[in-house]
Write a protein that binds this ligand. Structure first.
Ligand SMILES: C[S@@+](CC[C@H](N)C(=O)[O-])C[C@H]1O[C@@H](n2cnc3c(N)ncnc32)[C@H](O)[C@@H]1O
Length: 229
């Protein structure tokens, strides 16, 4: 068995439900259970599912710093992973809480926590530390970041919302603040996945692969036609 997942990598070809190509062709969105797909800007549940199967084991703790409607935590419950999700907007966090509670295919031993907070702020990190401590944990084994794709979708009018960053440079600064805020929570030799898409502004292509300098970062680009890379 691998050290970071529950897969037997000697038999990797036998896992029919795990996509092993670098281009992920995902068919219809999973709308089962509590998944709805109605939150503008949510990712298809198959993305966190595929990531967690590869990069976590049952009982690990997953942190999602841009929780949105709760897709990651619903998948955590299904896969027997513990999850902490941070969402800036209280009304969106409320939807996430309701959906996560609705999801019935859960393993009773996992915890899922929704925090209404700004992921760039140090006090948010302190709250995450407190949650982990209350469950006897000190670190997380996987981090998923699915930030706004800069200003493609405006999630609110709030200045602390990354979708309101005034420029790509400002967006990258705020995104970097989130990475710095949580990176040392990640257990050694574990991974952080960034799910983001390219964008076009004034006929210019702004590439999403913003973090490829780091070995521990997996970048999933959602703007590739018919697939995720
Ligand atoms: C692309 S969406 C995530 C969607 C999520 N993966 C889902 O499936 O529903 C990005 C989310 O980040 C939130 N957000 C923006 N700025 C934030 C910040 N500073 N701290 C925490 N969340 C933030 C937005 O409100 C939005 O819900």
């Amino acid at each position: 068995m691998s050290k970071i997942n529950d897969l037997n990598l000697n038999n990797w070809k036998e896992y029919q439900d795990i996509i092993t190509d670098s281009l992920w062709i995902i068919g219809e969105r999973d709308k089962s259970g509590a998944h709805r797909g109605d939150y503008h800007g949510n990712f298809v549940p198959q993305i966190p599912n595929q990531l967690m199967r590869r990069f976590t084991k049952k009982g690990d703790v997953v942190l999602d710093t841009f929780l949105g409607s709760g897709t990651t935590l619903i998948e955590c419950k299904r896969l027997g992973r513990n999850g902490i999700g941070i969402e800036l907007l209280p009304e969106v966090a409320e939807i996430a809480k309701q959906r996560v509670n609705q999801e019935s295919l859960f393993d009773t031993k996992v915890f899922t926590e929704v925090l209404v907070a700004d992921s760039t702020k140090n006090e948010t990190r302190q709250k995450v530390d407190e949650i982990l401590k209350s469950y006897g944990r000190q670190s997380v084994q996987f981090i998923i970041m699915h930030p706004p794709y800069h200003d493609i979708i405006k999630f609110s009018n709030r200045p602390d919302d990354l979708s309101n960053a005034k420029s790509v440079k400002d967006f990258l600064k705020l995104f970097g603040d989130v990475v710095s805020n949580f990176l040392d929570l990640l257990e050694r030799k574990h991974y952080l996945a960034v799910v983001i898409g390219d964008k076009y502004t004034n006929s210019e292509w702004v590439m999403a692969d913003i973090t490829t300098n780091y070995q521990w970062v997996i970048v999933i680009n959602t703007q590739i036609p018919n697939g995720f890379h």
